[in-house]
Design a binder for this molecule. Structure first.
Ligand code: ADP
Ligand code: 5GP
Length: 244
């Protein structure tokens, strides 16, 4: 059995009985925001609070940094290997960021959604647009803002990963990305390592409870005046407005 299949089976077991009975598809949680804003820290905090959420490991041509693990942080590829993955249709969306390519592997993401497993992605604004277009019903987009640009610069400097030139490049890019915030459904300010993940979890919990994300419940009660077969009393539209 491949490690991906094993991971999916383990995660499926972790799903609550109610979620499985409700035939829920996995929710795709898209997190974007400037480099250094705290997306990685926020996602780690969220995954501690909510172990049912899994991480979508991207492929990249960027060099591996100290402390990063192949297949956990990223799948590290040469440019030729990455281009071959695109040509073979293995990459769902990709973007170029500060001279490197980054992309979301398609099959792992699709398998998790189909198995009802929630997946979180840390991707660029362009990537977020592509994922929203691919999964308009099953995704939620969250933009992560730093408390201020000064804090952002301090954070990038503080983690001592980038050269001065790369830092400038990332700050310039940050301003372009923040300009796109209106395309997103939610915003989280990464002002606290403990509280920001709680706010992200609140968003995810609310999204999971959306009526259209619980088709099994609708089916269970259809015929009793709820769902597609019943007629909602008091409206002449069968409740379609409330469902969106
Ligand atoms: P990103 O994934 O967006 O590039 P990181 O999660 O790597 O950002 O965070 C960048 C730096 O900022 C790290 O050194 C991290 O420890 C720090 N950091 C992240 N979130 C906060 C926060 N809420 N308060 C203070 N520092 C933070
Ligand atoms: P870093 O080099 O700091 O790990 O990542 C740089 C940027 O690439 C971050 O903004 C991150 O969100 C983005 N990124 C990482 N993986 C992907 C991906 O699969 N697709 C896209 N579009 N962006 C990604």
């Amino acid at each position: 059995m491949s490690s991906k299949t094993e991971e999916i089976l383990t995660m499926t077991k972790k799903l609550s009985k109610t979620d499985r009975a409700n035939e829920k598809k996995g929710l795709v949680i898209v997190v974007s925001g400037p480099s250094g804003t705290g997306k990685g820290t926020l996602i780690s905090g969220l995954m501690e609070l909510d172990p049912a959420v899994t991480y979508s490991v991207s492929a990249t041509t960027r060099e591996r940094r100290y402390g990063e693990t192949e297949g956990v942080s990223y799948y590290f590829k040469s440019r030729a290997e990455f281009e071959e993955m695109i040509a073979n249709g293995e990459i769902l969306e990709w973007d170029e960021f500060c001279g490197n390519l980054y992309g979301t592997p398609k099959s792992a993401l699709q398998a998790k959604i189909d198995a009802g497993i929630d997946v979180i992605l840390d991707i660029t604004v362009k990537g977020a647009r592509s994922i929203k277009a691919a999964f308009p019903e099953d995704s939620v987009t969250v933009f992560v803002l730093p408390p201020s640009i000064a804090d952002l610069e301090k954070r990038i400097r503080g983690r001592k990963r980038e050269s001065e030139e790369q830092l400038r490049d990332r700050i310039a890019n940050a301003e372009h990305e923040i300009a796109c915030i209106k395309e997103f459904e939610y915003v989280v300010v990464s002002d606290s390592i403990t509280e920001a993940p709680v706010r992200l979890k609140t968003i995810i919990d609310a999204e999971r409870q959306k009526v259209r994300r619980n088709p099994g419940l609708l089916k269970k009660f259809s015929g009793d005046g709820v769902g597609d077969n019943g007629t909602c009393s008091g409206t002449d539209n069968g409740g379609d407005e409330a469902r969106n």
